[in-house]
Design a protein around this ligand. Structure first.
Ligand code: M6R
Length: 608
């Protein structure tokens, strides 16, 4: 989704803004722009396409002198990607410039009113109403104008605003779209996410809903909508800027796949204490855990797929009923939450609009929410009653890999905790599981080292039109994630099916040479999935099997087999996903796709 960067300080603003926007590229965008005050007036430059175009147009910012400015990468919602729709947007006098992340839901009504008052619009965006409304309410006091606008707009927003009358200041405000502020003694920054400013400062303040920030080169002040000043704590970001760099890898996605052994160890390690699992952040005593009658997992995309795995693991291991919902459905389906229900919201970014809304829905109904979140200090992390961080570090590639793997681990840990409290596994089984959990990082490493073989196989499918993924039980959950990985980065049509469903319609899609990836890690289901593989093979499919070491029998039904090391039956998804990620990655690379920034996608989906 859109990215915002703003700077005010001793240095030239434009190069800092361009650098910051480049670090937000992972969020997804289709145009970019900057507004910089040059000592007399505010100048705006915009361009469609990659940020490189804006850098070239401004000679890396040199043609836009000035020490205060705002910049934006736009992911089109209202109006096509075009120069005129790109941000920043001006009022007609070109004295107020605005960048916006989010959606102004009542913009049509506001636009109508402003038009009646004589304002002219040049773009199709919802954002332009903000520039004209600020103009309408501005009578010499920017804060007063901003507050009046906030009272009238509905929707989500993070805004950066420049007033030509106040060239020594920069203004920002947020509601339901992320915004952070940083300072380093030489100047102040605003941004949608930490990596944008990490090169300049590690001291960051998270801005809350409907807080207004007034920044100057000396520092910043935060106010509520009654213009009362607020005390805001700052935090020190512990991770390095290098954590958000490619470190020699061709793509962030490859680097992040290779970080998975560490991620898995970092998520599990601190919560394994001796022969026990300790999840302090749960904030629940053993008595409270025993009172949980049902778990509702709510998430989007890959986080939802992690939730589906979580259902199989929690139900299978701890015998607790689990319902998994797509957040976009949960929030509107009037879900039935009964006494004893626990709600878990899973999100890498912690900013996904639907997941955040689902969290609020559950809280409004009086239910406590546990967030399984990667980005520290994100909205979901702050609004959840308890947060279990996944500690995967910054994930830049739009297609999630390491954060998904960390979510799986968090869910295994929860399941193990519940199973111990509820005595659904024996002490011996529990110890064995702990051993298997500890071995996962090395086993993942082993699978990653097999990348050349998978690359060779992937090269054969660069021209594929469609690919199917099938599995049963927990293997169906991983099939869903394998299929999403492939389609989102390679643009090859792909679907995941519960293998038992094939006969109910899907099998008619199988043609000579269609690739079917069958995930078969559950020994109790081997015979069943082998039958399904035979069914598709006899109709011309080429069958790739992902199965556990030792299951040689599968070679009868498969054309190509990838073996994963033996682990506990509940943990196999953590291993099976590795070859599927590598396969998708190499198909996409082979096709020449923009792996880290697939078309039309955004890393953090902050609008509905
Ligand atoms: O940040 P979140 O985990 O809440 O994001 C949810 C989905 O948008 C995300 O998993 C998406 O499906 C990824 N592109 C998958 O790789």
């Amino acid at each position: 989704m859109c990215g915002i960067v703003g700077y005010i300080g001793k240095d030239q603003a434009a190069p800092i803004i361009l650098d910051g926007l480049a670090r937000l590229e992972y969020r997804g965008y289709d145009s970019a722009g900057m507004a910089v005050y040059d000592g007399e007036k505010v100048n705006i430059t915009k361009s469609v396409g990659r940020l490189k175009a804006l850098s070239e147009l401004t000679h890396d910012g040199a043609t836009m002198p000035g020490t205060v400015g705002i910049g934006h990468t736009r992911w089109a919602t209202h109006g096509a990607p075009s120069n005129v729709n790109a941000h920043p947007h001006f009022n007609e006098k070109e004295t107020i410039a605005v960048v916006h992340n989010g959606i102004i839901e009542n913009y049509l009504a506001l636009k109508k009113k402003l038009t009646q008052r004589g304002y002219h619009f040049v773009s199709e965006t919802d954002t332009e109403v903000l520039a004209h409304m600020l103009d309408y309410y501005y009578k010499g006091d920017p804060m007063e104008a901003i507050i009046k606008v906030l009272h009238r707009v509905e929707g989500s927003y993070a805004l950066g605003i420049l007033f030509a009358d106040f060239p020594g200041e920069l203004f920002a405000v947020r509601k339901d779209s992320p915004l952070i502020v940083g300072q380093n003694g030489e100047g102040c920054f605003i941004a949608s996410d930490v990596p944008a400013i990490l090169r300049y400062t590690r001291t960051v303040t998270y801005i809350e809903n409907q807080e207004i920030v007034r920044l100057s080169k000396e520092g910043f002040h935060v106010y509520n909508v009654d213009a009362e000043e607020l005390e805001k704590p700052s935090v020190t970001i512990e991770w390095d800027a290098e954590a958000a760099e490619k470190a020699g890898y061709e793509h962030f996605m490859l680097k992040e796949m290779y970080e998975q052994p560490k991620t898995v160890a970092d998520t599990a390690g601190p919560r394994i204490r001796g022969n026990d699992i300790v999840i302090e952040e749960l904030g629940m005593s053993e008595e409270e855990l025993l009172k949980v009658k049902k778990i509702h997992i709510v998430a989007c995309g890959s986080a939802y797929h992690a939730g589906v795995t979580g259902k199989y693991v929690l139900e299978g291991m701890a015998r607790i009923p689990v319902e998994v919902d797509l957040a976009s459905e949960f929030r509107y389906r009037d879900p039935i939450l009964e006494e004893g229900a626990m709600v878990i919201v899973i999100s890498q970014s912690g900013e996904t609009a639907d997941s955040l809304a689902a969290l609020r829905e559950a809280k409004e109904r009086g239910f406590k929410v546990l967030g399984i979140v990667n980005v520290v200090g994100s909205s979901i992390a702050r609004e959840a009653d308890n947060v279990m961080y996944t500690w995967a570090g910054p994930e830049i590639a739009v297609a999630t890999t390491k954060a998904y793997s960390a979510q799986l681990i968090a869910l295994y840990l929860l399941a193990m905790k519940f199973s111990r409290v509820r005595h659904t596994v024996t002490e011996e089984e529990f110890s064995e599981m702990l051993g298997d959990l500890r071995r996962l990082p090395d086993q993942i490493e082993l699978l990653l080292n097999n990348k050349n073989r998978i690359q060779r196989f992937a090269n054969r499918y660069i021209a594929a039109k469609e690919v199917f993924f099938i599995g049963r039980g927990i293997d169906y959950a991983i099939s869903m994630e394998g299929s999403l990985k492939l389609k989102e980065i390679s643009y090859i049509h792909s679907e995941a099916y519960a293998a038992g469903e094939l006969k109910h319609g899907t099998i008619s899609l199988i043609e000579e040479g269609t690739l079917v990836a069958a995930v078969a890690t559950q020994s109790s289901l081997y015979q069943k999935i082998i039958s399904n593989m035979v069914e598709v093979k006899s109709r011309g499919a080429f069958v790739l099997a992902v199965t556990c070491e030792g299951n040689r029998e599968i070679e009868k039904a498969a054309d190509y087999v990838i073996y994963i090391p033996i682990t506990n039956r509940f943990f196999t998804n953590s291993l099976a996903i590795i070859p599927l990620q590598l396969f998708s990655y190499y198909v996409a690379v082979g096709k020449g796709c923009d792996v880290d920034k697939p078309r039309n996608l955004a890393k953090s989906v902050t609008v509905e």
